[in-house]
Design a binder for this molecule. Structure first.
Ligand SMILES: NC(=O)c1ccc[n+]([C@@H]2O[C@H](COP(=O)([O-])OP(=O)(O)OC[C@H]3O[C@@H](n4cnc5c(N)ncnc54)[C@H](OP(=O)(O)O)[C@@H]3O)[C@@H](O)[C@H]2O)c1
Length: 360
């Protein structure tokens, strides 16, 4: 045990941390937590539990680097019940759950944990990007107690998007439109797609690099971008629901219905139609991007052709770019841009939220 952890007496703890999810993001959280503890930055935060959907590990102070692959089968039916059991008794330390899963069942528990006084820090968009009722329950649970909800990792992997929208709204500004390239993986795909290789080959490459969602169809369907648009609009106080967003997927029904084992081959169904779109775009000297747009009365997600001088056309690599119009920013909009995908920056955003909660 490192000197830092050995000296972490229970009485000195500011926070106890439970991590759900040991995939790309979860493992990056553990690596970064270890680095922060080595640097003395997170010395008051004790990792007390790590779990995926099947296995978990609990302890008074776990060493992050050794908790990457928990092997003990969960002692409760679900990881959520396991957390409830772990954090059932409030102590002097803050109790924080990091949700690094893409699980709807875990997201459904966010409001319950907040109501129990347990802070929730999440990369999972199905909390605030889920149903209107779930978002309202999370808001109500936050405002009725002292538990905090850290959501910076859900959109833009920690870019200052949500906090900017909240600060503008709190300052009396009224947001009149939000548009953006909100998916780092889709931005990367269309930035790279020049016809020199099939689109499906790029999708497989993006999946192997960890840029796409666990199932790349969540990106290609527009579902992931739709959730991000919901989260952005709701951060601006707009009670947008999913049924109000017109989403145009990039693929057909056959790819939608493909099983996980058929998926790799079925991805080739993307190639011909997207090649046609690319050739048409090239002939008009415009670029292709999946864009999300909200303004009062209309909300859309889909593949658009953008002129090269369009403010959304120039996000490179995995960059997200968001353009906000408001009563304050009427003539010239506010633009926020930066890398918006990747396990390491997502993990950093999660732990920034944890540190901010423990500093409060
Ligand atoms: N990668 C990025 O760039 C990025 C950026 C922003 C946000 N995110 C979000 O971060 C989340 C995680 O992404 P990822 O790339 O790490 O996914 P991933 O590699 O597929 O990992 C998901 C993890 O969640 C676990 N899990 C699933 N259901 C669970 C449950 N009920 N209880 C506990 N653990 C459960 C899985 O465990 P099993 O193996 O047992 O199923 C797995 O360890 C997603 O919501 C994603 O949208 C990712």
């Amino acid at each position: 045990m490192s000197a830092v952890l050995a000296s972490l007496r229970e009485a000195d703890r500011v926070a106890e941390l439970c991590l759900l999810g040991t995939g790309g993001v979860g493992k990056a959280v553990l690596n970064r937590l270890a680095e922060l503890q080595d640097a003395g930055v997170a010395r008051h935060i004790a990792l007390v539990a790590v779990a995926n959907s099947r296995c978990g590990q609990r302890g008074s102070t776990l060493q992050p680097r050794q908790a990457r692959d928990p092997v003990a089968l969960l002692s409760r039916a679900t990881s959520m019940e396991w957390v409830d059991d772990l954090f059932s008794v409030p102590g002097s330390a803050r109790r924080i759950v990091i949700d690094a899963t893409a699980s709807d069942a875990v997201a459904a528990r966010h409001a319950h944990w907040l109501a129990q006084g347990i802070d929730v820090v999440t990369a999972n968009k199905l909390g605030q990007g889920g149903s209107l009722l779930r978002w309202q329950a999370i808001r109500a649970a936050q405002s009725s107690g002292r538990a905090r909800y850290g959501d910076a990792a859900t959109v833009g992997a920690g870019l200052p998007l949500l906090r900017t929208l909240r600060a503008l709204t709190a300052g009396g500004d009224r947001i009149t439109s939000i548009s953006g390239v909100l998916s780092g993986s889709l931005a990367w795909l269309f930035d790279r797609y020049d016809g020199s290789q099939p689109f499906s080959a790029l999708v497989r490459e993006a999946r192997d690099l960890g840029y796409t969602e666990p199932d790349p169809r969540d990106d290609l369907s527009g579902a992931d971008v739709c959730r991000k648009l919901l989260i952005l609009a709701r951060a601006a106080g707009i009670a947008l629901s999913e049924s109000e967003i017109k989403v145009t997927p990039l693929f057909d029904a056959a790819l939608a219905l493909a099983t996980h084992t058929e998926l790799d081959t079925a991805l080739s169904r993307l190639d011909a139609p997207l090649r046609l779109r690319l050739d048409a775009a090239k002939s008009r000297n415009v670029s292709l991007r999946v864009v999300a747009r909200w303004r009062e009365g209309t909300a859309t997600v889909g593949l658009e052709t953008l002129a090269f001088d369009d403010e959304l056309a120039h996000a490179a690599g995995t960059d997200n770019r968001v353009v906000i119009h408001s009563t304050r920013y009427q003539q010239r909009p506010l633009g926020i841009q930066g890398p918006g995908a990747g396990a390491d920056i997502t993990a950093a955003a999660l732990l920034d939220d944890v540190l901010s909660i423990t500093a409060a």
